[in-house]
Design a protein around this ligand. Structure first.
Ligand code: 5RP
Length: 225
């Protein structure tokens, strides 16, 4: 397979070296990477994974990847994850898969964050797909909803099959309806000031590289220094 023909999940393996602690994201793109990493582990690569969700931990175990808890590692060499939107500065919206808080904690503990997406996730301005996931504590869900409305942000608590989605942390996800976000970092700070908010899906200035799956092979976008 030539470099040009590699999928993003396979190209991401180039960012991992023997002995690394690797943050494992959540979602389809991250799962493809976990499977590719598992093949390398079975072929002799020595790494430890730090999963960002119970689902990823389960898959990683099936793929023979040894795991460590975040508490048990001093730092993470590289985290590979997916995203829901990527802007030209490589700011991200994440959390359509409801793992945003653990994903952000792991990303912030990582020397490098590498994101895998299809071209449909690339946007001119964050917010184009219409929502920002925000994790809220159930006790404060109603008051958070009122605070968001006062900020001009409508939306709803996420439900599946008529039940509220509960994250691995035991919290709810409020999907704020948005359009173009002029200043993602400022909106993230503003939302995080609402009592009851645990974290938002805005990842501003965190990604070092984005690997975009194209028909001709993955394309690498790097954040400007
Ligand atoms: C989960 C996430 C995912 O990384 C994001 O939703 C992308 O998922 P997929 O690769 O399945 O499209 O942020 O919280």
């Amino acid at each position: 397979m030539t470099d040009e023909k590699k999928s993003a999940a396979v190209l991401a393996l180039d960012f991992v070296k023997d002995g690394d602690i690797v943050g494992l994201g959540t979602g389809r793109a991250a799962n493809a990477f976990v499977r590719a990493l598992g093949e390398r582990v079975r072929a002799g690569l020595s790494v430890r994974g730090v999963p960002t969700s119970q689902a990823t931990a389960e898959l990683a175990r099936e793929c023979s990847i040894p795991l460590s808890a975040l508490d048990d590692v001093a730092s993470i060499d590289v985290t590979i994850d997916g995203a829901d939107e990527v802007d030209p500065q490589l700011n991200l919206i994440k959390g359509y898969g409801a793992a945003l808080v653990r994903e952000k904690i792991v990303a912030a503990a990582s020397r490098r964050l590498v994101i895998l997406v299809g071209p449909e996730k690339l946007v001119d301005v964050l917010g184009q797909r219409g929502r920002i996931p925000v994790e809220v504590i159930p006790f404060g869900a109603a008051t958070c909803t009122r605070h968001f409305a006062a900020m001009g942000l409508d939306g709803a608590l996420r439900e599946e099959n008529g039940n509220k989605v509960v994250t691995d942390n035991g919290n709810y996800i409020f999907d704020c309806s948005v359009r173009a976000i002029a200043d993602p970092a400022a909106l993230d700070r503003q939302l995080c000031c609402v009592p009851g908010v645990v974290g938002t899906g805005i990842f501003a200035g965190m990604a070092d590289a984005v690997l975009v799956d194209e028909e001709s092979g993955a394309r690498v976008l790097r954040r400007a220094a």
